[in-house]
Design a protein around this ligand. Structure first.
Ligand code: IPE
Length: 240
């Protein structure tokens, strides 16, 4: 098996996340992503976001047990579409649903052996943003948190975040290499700029929780995913 890699596909890549979109797939992007993955998936773990199959549901239904049940079922529908599309490209996707797979007291916990066995048995494990039961009740578990957790626990050396932007953009340009020290500067100088979103800064800060890995943030199109899986540099490399 190749060295382990993790690829997060943002919900904004595979679903329509525009204002008002509710459970709307972006079918052509989904196909493109799955085709790219199908060409090189050995030793790979995929995590996808919830996009318009999760965030609008949390807003509409909340996180009581009744609400969370509805949110989770919508996440399952997206997972089913994602994994079915992978199987259409001959990839033996194994859906793993975080609501039933993770526990959280202060830290996340799961049966890592299950993922290792899936990989050993030639499956592509596919996890996703979901709800989970934490110490204080139900909470949202983002795919990014799953990536950070699995990358650390499974000692993954190569991590990619496929998003709907070309990387971390500052002053209209993609930053090729980003260090922790750059974040404060970007926040101070760029906080008011439209191209540095709060969402991206939050994502990047989480990325820095990982250590000793090659981490990339890039646009989730066919060529970029292929480059990432091929071992090349793409988008913004976050130096962790
Ligand atoms: C969110 O997951 C999960 C729910 C809202 C239930 P993510 O945070 O990974 O989703 P995206 O990538 O932002 O859409």
């Amino acid at each position: 098996m190749n060295e382990l890699r993790i690829l997060k596909i943002g919900g904004s890549v595979i679903t329509d996340k525009r204002e008002g979109a509710f459970e709307k797939l972006n079918e052509s992007n989904l196909e493109e992503v799955c085709r790219a993955i199908s060409e090189d998936w050995s030793g790979l773990i995929v995590v996808h976001g919830a996009g318009s199959f999760g965030h609008p549901h949390v807003r509409r239904y909340g996180l009581s047990s009744h609400g969370a049940s509805k949110v989770h079922l919508a996440c399952l529908r997206l997972s089913e579409r994602f994994c079915s599309t992978l199987t259409e490209f001959d990839v033996p996707a194994m859906p793993i649903h975080p609501f039933c797979f993770f526990r959280k007291d202060t830290d996340l916990m799961c049966d890592l052996g299950h993922i290792r066995r899936a990989l050993e048995n030639n499956f592509l494990p596919v996890l996703h943003g979901d709800v989970i039961i934490g110490a204080d009740g139900v909470e949202v578990l983002s795919g990014d948190d799953i990536v950070v957790y699995l990358a650390e626990k499974l000692n993954v050396k190569r991590v990619g975040f496929a998003t709907d932007v070309d990387g971390v953009i500052f002053g209209g340009k993609v930053i090729k290499r980003l260090r922790l020290g750059d974040i404060e500067r970007i926040r101070e100088e760029g906080g008011r700029r439209e191209d540095v979103t709060g969402g991206m800064i939050k994502k990047v800060k989480r990325v820095f929780e990982m250590k000793n890995k090659k981490v990339y943030i890039f646009r989730g199109c066919y060529e970029n995913i292929r480059t990432f899986l091929d071992g090349g540099d793409i988008g913004t490399e976050v130096i962790v």
